[in-house]
Write a protein that binds this ligand. Structure first.
Ligand code: FEO
Length: 386
């Protein structure tokens, strides 16, 4: 695949992976992107996961068409990108490595200590001329690891953005789903904790004229770039993306689920956008992404062993880990003899910034009755007032 006349895509798709980072189910695979810049000198942008080393090396060799790479630019050492470093360095012994000082220091941790002798560290705004192309390096610590850097190619205005602007889903798995859904899920779950560093990178990017964004996962972005930059600005400032309610529930025997769905119907009748998520069955990473997408969240949990239902507790832990904030939250609890989940869910969220809690707490005693249905109506009214 050609990005420009002299920049080629040499990445790979991974359909064999079941869980990304050992936890996120990959329904449509993922791509590990890598690019080759052909000029008087040649530069390879990042390697790929070790699961796909041979396929990647074949792509690189074909694209080089008899040449050898002069440089390998290592923007990110995480194994989904650094996993083929040893193999490519063995294949091309003359190739030099270029990376941040932090990445250079981390090489031995991954068993790559021997590569340091052929690696050069670059710092903010250092440049590397390939002939007609000039690479300018911009550090991006904590987007998503501390050693991350990004690269701006000045002549064709191509921004190699490392993990930023990536998304889940292999590139040959185009089912028509818009970029934003898998990109949001990817951003919130993978990079979401690091909104501040992403803001810093966006400020640097705003000073550049960018024609193409080349991320390390997902499609190359080459039109309507303002849309993608705007989404990243929203996500990294933790602002809700749209008005709506995520109702996330756990349910032992279906009764808490019924209460959650009853609330959803009340809200939908009034025209509110609502997603309902069964935390025992639906993907946690999608629920987390939807919690950040909407401005309101309702957590519904049975009281279980005197505490919160385990899947709901796990969900709240994920939200906290990703710096959940700036939203309105309501609670539905169920308890056949001692309901106490609402109090505990609220306590878990107390440390989150700028959360507003609904005054109405819905307490279901085993099954919905007139009293708890009235509480659901009151909660719906409160949510609709926002
Ligand atoms: Fe795609 Fe942070 O690795």
């Amino acid at each position: 695949m050609r990005i420009t006349d002299s920049i080629l895509y040499v990445g790979v798709n991974d359909h064999d992976i079941d869980l990304f980072e050992g936890q996120y189910p990959m329904h449509d695979g993922i791509s590990y992107n890598s690019y080759l810049i052909l000029d008087e000198k040649t530069a390879l942008m990042d390697s790929v996961d070790a699961a796909k080393t041979q396929e990647w090396l074949t792509n690189v060799e074909k694209a080089l068409n008899g040449r050898t790479p002069d440089y390998l630019i290592v923007q990110h050492l995480e194994p989904d990108h650094g996993g083929s470093l040893l193999a490519v360095c063995e294949k091309y012994p003359e190739m030099k490595l270029v990376m941040s000082a932090k990445a250079l220091g981390m090489l031995p941790q991954f068993g790559f200590g021997a590569l340091a002798a052929r690696a050069a560290a670059v710092k903010e705004n250092d440049t590397l001329s390939l002939g007609g192309h000039t690479l300018r390096f911009m550090m991006a610590p904590m987007v998503h690891w501390p050693e991350v850097m990004t690269t701006y190619e000045e002549s064709e205005k191509v921004f190699f953005s490392a993990d930023a602007f990536g998304k889940f889903g292999a590139l040959d798995e185009d089912d028509g789903e818009p970029w934003v859904n898998e990109a949001r899920e990817y951003y919130i779950n993978i990079v979401g904790k690091y909104g501040g560093p992403v803001q810093t990178l966006l400020k640097k990017a705003s000073a550049l004229k960018i024609n193409v964004i080349c991320p390390l996962h997902g499609p190359v972005l080459n039109e309507n770039l303002g849309y993608y930059l705007d989404k990243y600005n929203t996500w990294s400032t933790y602002a809700p993306e749209e008005n709506g309610v995520l109702i996330a529930f756990g349910s032992l025997h279906g009764n808490t689920g019924k209460a959650a769905r009853a609330l959803a119907e009340m809200l939908k009748e009034k025209g509110e956008k609502v997603e309902v998520c069964d935390l025992s069955r639906d993907h946690m990473s999608e629920a987390v992404a939807d919690a950040f997408r909407f401005d309101k969240l309702v957590l519904a949990s049975p009281t279980y062993d005197g505490g919160i239902f385990p899947f709901v507790e796990t969900f709240i832990s994920h939200l906290k880990a990703k710096a959940y904030q700036k939203r309105k939250v309501g609670f539905i609890e169920n308890g056949s003899w001692a309901p106490m989940a609402a109090k505990q869910m609220k306590a878990m969220l107390e440390g989150c910034k700028e959360l507003a809690f609904c005054d109405t707490v819905v307490t279901v005693k085993s099954t919905l009755n007139g009293q708890s249905e009235a509480q659901l109506q009151a909660l719906a009214q409160e949510l609709l007032r926002e």
